[in-house]
Design a protein around this ligand. Structure first.
Ligand SMILES: Cc1cc2nc3c(=O)[nH]c(=O)nc-3n(C[C@H](O)[C@H](O)[C@H](O)COP(=O)(O)OP(=O)(O)OC[C@H]3O[C@@H](n4cnc5c(N)ncnc54)[C@H](O)[C@@H]3O)c2cc1C
Length: 390
């Protein structure tokens, strides 16, 4: 059994944080732990940005600098180096969201290609990442998922999305960089899953290059995993999955009520946790066919994964199992895993302040709504402050 106190080591967890960065983190988590403040704060910020009030500076020095690596990839490089020095890899995530135009989708795909080429042969950056809606309009994904007919011009648009997937996957294959594709809302996800499967079939013949995401708050994901596993065995290609709980729960439940269908979300937090752990265990039992990226800030699921690795005689540095946390969150998990010799990476979002706002708002809301998580961050930050004073 792994010692269940590993993540309590705050000295290792915060060794890259200066005293002032520690204070800022404490202040920030204290602020976002207050739900009314987050609600008012996000509304005011959205409004201010929409009417071009000069609020970028204040966002930059508070939430942005805490949760993002910078406005461009160059800004992120000193962070990448610092992390790698302490055994933590980086996944640079160009987090521009909510775009609607082809030129912007091309620019995002080109950025992912550029980053993939850049990561080639760099041990510190073993993954590239993108979001399906970074490469094409939400509405197109949704129409295909809902089996609605596309207009002629939408057909053309869809072809261009497929081409972007193809170009990026080919580059990842040639550069030997694993490509993580994020999971999004369930009402567009089938189309994204199918296109991802096509890429897996083509580029994962020797080893998993293209990874999809399983959002385990969806009760149908274990069944989906078992089915795609069978298909991949029949057709002869490998799978890679990032497993997460899922970031769109409120939206998913609200839409299901509004439209009158059964929610795709598990009935309770416990059911999501069980589903996550079962999916993780299924992959662990099939590591020869499926590689695993455990994207979570949940300590129990992380300890469970470590225990299973130990039980099955899988070494800590086995390249088929990775852990991942988001930059600015759960450093106690990331840095202690890195220190122990596990494969662990931070997702480092970057992009212009205005464009990463949807990402930042999700993080603020998540830290407010997820009972326990913020108080855990605060307790650990407080403990480290006290330790440093001694
Ligand atoms: C490296 C990394 C990559 C990520 N990539 C993606 C991605 O591609 N797509 C995506 O959607 N998210 C992604 N996320 C975010 C992730 O889905 C979660 O929102 C976040 O990590 C919180 O879940 P947790 O496992 O860390 O922790 P926990 O705090 O244990 O779990 C919180 C989560 O549990 C679920 N939950 C909470 N209450 C209930 C309830 N009443 N009923 C059912 N379920 C409930 C929700 O999913 C909630 O976010 C990523 C996270 C990480 C760390």
């Amino acid at each position: 059994m792994t010692s269940n106190s590993l993540f309590d080591n705050t000295e290792t967890a915060f060794k890259l944080k200066s005293d002032s960065e520690l204070e800022r983190a404490y202040f920030l988590f204290k602020m976002i732990s207050k739900e009314p403040l987050v609600k008012i704060g996000t509304a005011v910020t959205k409004f201010a940005l929409n009417i071009n009030l000069p609020v970028e500076g204040i966002i930059r020095f508070t939430v942005f600098d805490h949760f993002c690596g910078g406005v461009n990839e160059r800004d992120c490089m000193s962070t990448v180096d610092k992390l790698f020095d302490v055994g933590v890899s980086s996944v640079l995530d160009f987090s521009v969201e909510g775009k609607e135009e082809d030129a912007q989708f091309d620019a995002t795909a080109n950025k992912v290609i550029e980053l993939t080429k850049f990561a080639k042969n760099k041990e510190a950056m073993p993954f590239s990442v993108f979001k399906p809606t970074g490469f094409g309009r939400f509405k197109i994904w949704q129409k295909i998922t809902e089996k609605q007919p596309l207009t002629e011009s939408e057909e053309e648009e869809w072809k261009r999305i497929e081409e972007r997937y193809e170009k990026v996957s080919k580059e990842a294959y040639e550069s030997k960089i694993s490509l993580l594709i994020d999971g999004e809302e369930s009402w567009m996800q089938d189309a994204a899953d199918d296109l991802c499967e096509k890429m897996m079939e083509k580029y994962n013949k020797e080893s998993p290059i293209v990874f999809n995401t399983l959002q385990c708050y969806r009760w149908d994901r274990l069944e989906y995993l078992k089915k795609i596993h069978q298909r991949s065995k029949t057709k002869g290609y490998k799978l890679g999955f990032k497993i997460v709980r899922g970031a769109y729960m409120e939206k998913e439940n609200e839409r299901a009520v509004e439209k009158g269908y059964k929610t795709p979300i598990c009935v309770s937090k416990k059911a999501t946790d069980d589903n996550f752990n079962q999916i993780m265990e299924y992959i662990m039992d099939n590591l020869d066919d499926i590689e695993l990226f455990v994207g979570t800030h949940n300590e129990s699921s992380t300890y469970l994964t470590m225990d299973l690795m130990n039980e099955k005689g899988i070494s800590k540095s086995d390249g088929r199992v990775w852990f991942g946390q988001l930059f600015g969150m759960s450093d106690h998990i990331t840095f202690n895993l890195g220190d122990e010799g596990y494969n662990v990476a931070k997702y480092i979002p970057f992009g212009p302040v205005k464009d990463v706002m949807p990402y930042l708002i999700r993080r603020a809301e998540e830290n407010t709504s997820v009972a326990g998580q913020t108080s855990r961050e605060l307790t650990l930050l407080k403990k480290e402050r006290e330790r440093r004073k001694m």
